[in-house]
Write a protein that binds this ligand. Structure first.
Ligand SMILES: C[S@@+](CC[C@H](N)C(=O)[O-])C[C@H]1O[C@@H](n2cnc3c(N)ncnc32)[C@H](O)[C@@H]1O
Length: 281
């Protein structure tokens, strides 16, 4: 089934789930089945170093499982007081109350900057409103795993879908879709690019990157002409791209972004350049 049709089916089905969940103006409470909790944490590659925030945390199962299975710390936020009390009780009875906690609040106003991973099972109308907040507050490299709904217009890194019988009573279909996003380093703008060949004085090239939530493109200026970047990819702090350097051949670069600096290895080049760097202009 095409992705957008799946989205509509799931969205309509969860909204229409008959009498199964308490529903307020904040949307339905629908617990993620435990099998999916495990899949979701695996997809996010959760470890003991992570700080996980579950947005709309329900009975706390995602944060609690992340702590019990992987030793992660974290918290959950939910607008429903009773669910927050239940989640804190569950954390205590599962022996992880020293590592996780649950707070009453509106996710739209929560501070998310501490997260290394975010999980969500929220309707598309809610999740899309969070995009500017994600891009403003989350550190490059922060993963977001979303159960059933894409976080439009962000471009996902990975999507998996599978059927689970248990979902029929929730969404009217066994179809389950998990989306993984990785917050990219902010690279939009003009950069001065240097390729360093041993013993040669490098002339910086003008590198321009246009980064949007849903797309990324760029170019380098060579001999007064704009040459488009190919295979430009930014995932967390990692960047890679290539470009045609005239008849001599192509240049391929891989590296990392640290604020206003980028640097890395030259994967291939017609020159003897082995490393490269770029400074934000
Ligand atoms: C579908 S349930 C998911 C519960 C849990 N994350 C899970 O996967 O088991 C969505 C939860 O989000 C909460 N919620 C919805 N909008 C919210 C908001 N603006 N602020 C805080 N919580 C919200 C609801 O109260 C509900 O408990």
């Amino acid at each position: 089934m095409k992705r957008w049709i799946r989205g509509l089916v799931l969205s309509a089905a969860v909204c229409a789930a008959p009498g199964v969940f308490a529903q307020g103006s904040f949307g339905p409470y629908v617990p993620t089945p435990t099998i999916i909790v495990d899949r979701l944490l695996d997809m996010g590659s959760v470890t003991g170093k992570d700080y996980l925030i579950d947005l709309g945390s329900g009975d706390g199962r995602i944060v609690i499982t992340a702590s019990k299975k992987f030793g992660a710390r974290g918290h959950g936020i939910d607008i429903q007081e009773k669910l927050v009390a239940l989640a804190n009780q569950n954390a205590a009875s599962e022996g992880v109350a020293d590592k996780v906690k649950f707070v009453i609040g509106d996710i739209m106003e929560a501070d998310l900057s501490q997260a290394s991973i975010i999980t969500t099972y929220l309707l598309p109308s809610t999740i899309t409103k969070l995009v500017p907040k994600f891009l403003a507050e989350l550190k490059p490299g922060t993963r977001i795993v979303s159960h059933d709904y894409p976080i439009n217009p962000l471009a996902y890194e990975k999507v998996v879908s599978f059927d689970l019988e248990e979902k029929i009573k929730i969404s009217g279909t066994p179809l389950t879709v998990l989306y993984l996003y990785v917050i990219p380093a902010r690279v939009n703008g003009e950069w001065s690019l240097n390729l360093t060949a041993p013993g040669a004085a490098a002339k910086p090239l003008n590198l321009r990157i246009e980064q949007r939530p849903e797309s990324i493109a760029g170019s380098v200026e060579i001999g007064g002409a704009r040459v488009p970047l190919r295979d430009l990819k930014v995932s967390g702090e990692e960047i890679s791209f290539s470009y045609a350097a005239g008849a001599a051949g192509a240049v391929a670069l891989r590296g990392s972004v640290k604020g206003a600096q980028m640097s890395g290895a030259v994967v291939s080049s017609p020159t003897a350049a082995k490393s490269w760097s770029a400074q934000r202009k």
